[in-house]
Design a binder for this molecule. Structure first.
Ligand SMILES: O=P(O)(O)O[C@H]1O[C@H](CO)[C@@H](O)[C@H]1O
Ligand SMILES: O=c1cc[nH]c(=O)[nH]1
Length: 234
């Protein structure tokens, strides 16, 4: 047990999927895992462990934003031995060529700051995905005919952004989408020598202002979860 996770030793699998939303963790575990068992509900941050095609998998919420993800990812890696962490999140599209419901595989994540800023100081460390996971996820997405994009994303500290000039520069420099956790997940994975990837579903569009209707979210998020699960064990 840790300050934020009540699971007993052995109740967290080496492979962990991390949505921001704890209820998405519950839905994904009940939909895609066999024999899902709730292993954490401290502060309402749900974690479930079950199996996928015989492989043990934990699906655990990260909360919103990098400080929250940092708490859970640190404890999952250092206290429970997680070796593969895949974020399954929603994001906003920042390119005309990226559509609502598309999947983005985050090769790297830019940020203004992360919880690791204090370590890196003047260094602009470039957090990046595990290449094997990234390549496997792209292959799975292509094989399933899921429209997907591989490239850089922006991990923001805020949902309500007051810097349209920054959004403009990121769009100009090819950043595909914005979310709030991947950069720190990649920093932590690099620090602890584990694998990480962010698989994101576009839920809204910063340029066209389209948004995914709530009724369609589940099916769209399902593609993302299956891509993550298949990539983890390919
Ligand atoms: O859908 P999730 O995984 O929570 O991800 C996105 O949604 C939240 C903001 O609404 C942030 O956590 C952002 O990263
Ligand atoms: O962080 C996020 C998530 C979805 N859409 C956004 O615009 N930002």
């Amino acid at each position: 047990m840790t300050p934020h996770i009540a699971a007993q030793p052995g109740q967290i699998a080496p492979t962990v999927l991390m949505p921001g939303d704890p209820l998405r963790a519950e839905w994904a575990a009940q939909t895609f895992l066999d024999n899902p068992e709730c292993v954490n509900r401290v502060r309402g941050m749900l974690g479930y462990t079950g199996t996928y095609k015989g492989h043990p998998v934990t699906i655990h919420g990260s909360g919103m934003g990098m400080p929250s993800l940092s708490i859970y990812a640190n404890e999952l890696i250092t206290q429970y031995g997680a070796k593969t962490l895949i974020r399954i999140g929603s994001c906003g599209a920042m390119q005309e060529s990226v559509g609502i419901r598309d999947v983005i595989l985050a090769m790297t994540a830019s940020s203004l700051s992360t919880p690791s800023r204090g370590i890196f100081k003047e260094l602009n460390f470039a957090p990046c995905a595990d290449y094997g996971l990234l390549r496997a996820a792209a292959d799975v997405a292509a094989g399933r005919g899921v429209t997907h994009h591989v490239g850089g994303i922006y991990s923001s500290d805020v949902f309500y952004d007051e810097r349209p000039d920054l959004t403009e520069q990121m769009t100009r420099h090819g950043i595909l989408g914005v979310e709030m956790e991947a950069a720190e997940l990649y920093n932590l994975a690099a620090r602890h020598g584990v694998r990480a990837l962010a698989v994101l579903t576009v839920s809204d569009h910063l340029i066209t202002h389209e948004a995914l209707p709530a009724s369609e979210r589940e099916r769209s998020f399902g593609d993302m979860v299956e891509i993550a699960l298949e990539a983890a064990f390919s």
